[in-house]
Every structure is written in C-alpha cells, then in structure tokens.
Design a protein around this ligand. Structure first.
Ligand SMILES: [Zn+2]
Ligand SMILES: [Zn+2]
Length: 269
C-alpha cells in the first residue's frame, strides 16, 4: 500500500492513467467511495484519487453547504479510503486520498491549517463561489443578472483563482475557466489575461492545473480550461492532470483518450 503524499506534479503531467478529481456520495456524487474506487481499478487506471468537496463558506448563513462532505467527518472519510487502499492497492494500482477545497481569501489560511492534521495525499484548489454567488451550481442565477454583474462575478472568480495559485498549498487548481459552464458569457476569452496571470503564479508556486473533461458534457461543450489557456500553461511548463470530475462510477475516465490528445496538442511546440 502506497501511503506517501502525491508528489508535486512535473511538466508535462502524469497522462491519462491517473484520475485525481472525483466525487462520491459523501459530497455530491452518486456512487459510493467503494463503487468509485473499484470502477477505477476495473477501468485500468494506475492511480485514482477521491476528492470530495470540502467547503467552509466564510458567510455562516450559507453553512453547512449541502454539496460538501460533512466537515466534521473527515476521520471517517479517511478510514473508508484506507480500507479501500487495503483492499485494492497493488503494484499496478494506487488509491489517493484527496479533497477539493473551496478557496476563500477570508479563511484560506485557517481552513488549510485545519486540514494539516489529516493524512491526505493532496488538495485541489477550486472556486465555486464569487462572494455568495454560486458560479456553477445551476444556470438560474446567471440568467437573471446583467452583463455587468456577470463581468463582476467573473473578475472575482479569477481573482480568487490567483489567490488559490498563490498560496502554493494545492497540488493543482480545479476547472480553471469554470464561469463559461452554462454558455451564458458573451466572450469568455476576454478573461484570458486573468488566466495568464493565474498561470504565471502557478509556474512560480509549483501548482499544476487540470484538463477537466466534464465541460464536454455541459452547455459550454468544451473542456476546462480552453485550448488557448492550455497552450499558455504549456508555454510556462505548468503541469496538467487529466481529470473527469466524476460524480458517478461510470465516469472515472470519461473523455480521457480525447483529453490526452488535446493536452499533447497544447504541449506540442
Ligand atoms: Zn469543482
Ligand atoms: Zn469536482
């Protein structure tokens, strides 16, 4: 059983046999941790990480967040994953214990410090809120706001991604480019300047990014982040992990073949 932490990612990234962004019923997934890990082994993956949502919103009126893991039950989460490692880890397959942590400037230090006592292998840094606005939960809140308000939300989103990259405690950032999800932005590419700044910081702090394939199955019909942002990552030698952001056992490597091709095209000189 491999119990070491997930090492820092190295450019170009681990490739399609590794899947580190996945959810179970302990946050907002539809399959149990057991179903997810067994499906990953069956799919022939070399490493599989479960990374249920861990959300401590600084606005207490929004707590607890119903799509987050029970923030007081991390010992049980880890115990369940250790039992699965015991059952499934072998020379060709390793389970990793992760969390997808929501980044907030207001409490990041405290939240990350609080996680240090747990034997987690890695943390993903993600942004699902701009203030109290839920960026990706549903299209409804986007449909009732002005273009100006959308712009303010996008700018806050990218500011927070910079903060997540800067803190250097995340192995990689989750789904960069997320506000495009519902295809309700006129032109997401106007934020690429922001994306380049995030990637500059990633290069400095040794933080990776992911190609998150789930975007292909959403209204935007494009991976997160866009090809242009992946190219910019490659120019800065920021490593990329291919991830499905699976919420169901059938999706542990969804889109991986296509994703490997996109990553390699983006990294070709
Ligand atoms: Zn996410
Ligand atoms: Zn996720």
């Amino acid at each position: 059983m491999n119990t070491g932490k997930l090492p820092k990612l190295i450019y170009p990234g681990p490739g399609a046999g590794y899947s580190y962004h996945n959810h179970s019923i302990l946050s907002d997934g539809e399959s149990t941790p057991e179903e997810m890990c067994r499906a990953a082994k069956k799919a022939g993956l070399k490493e599989f990480g479960l990374s249920d949502h861990y959300v401590i919103h600084p606005d207490p009126s929004l707590m607890p967040v119903d799509w987050s893991i029970d923030i007081h039950a991390l010992d049980a989460y880890i115990a369940r994953l250790l039992a699965l490692k015991n059952e499934l880890d072998d020379d060709g397959f390793t389970i990793r214990m992760g969390l997808e942590v929501d980044f907030f400037f207001e409490n990041a230090d405290e939240v990350l410090k609080g996680l240090e006592k747990y034997p987690l292998d890695y943390l993903i840094g993600s942004v699902h809120y701009a203030g109290t606005f839920p960026v990706d939960h549903s299209s409804a809140p986007w449909e009732v706001i002005s273009d100006e308000e959308k712009h303010t939300i996008c700018m806050e989103y990218w500011q927070k991604m910079k903060g997540a990259a800067q803190c250097g405690r995340f192995r990689f950032l989750g789904h960069l480019d997320l506000p495009k999800k519902f295809a309700l932005l006129k032109d997401p590419s106007i934020y690429y300047t922001q994306a380049r700044e995030v990637l500059d910081i990633c290069a400095e702090t040794g933080t990776g990014i992911e190609l998150n394939t789930s975007g292909w199955y959403k209204p935007c019909a494009e991976q997160y982040p866009s090809f242009d942002i992946l190219r910019e990552a490659a120019r800065r030698r920021v490593p990329v992990v291919i991830n499905p952001d699976a919420h169901h056992q059938d999706h542990v490597d969804r889109g991986f073949a296509q994703a490997a091709q996109v990553v390699s095209e983006s990294q070709a000189l």
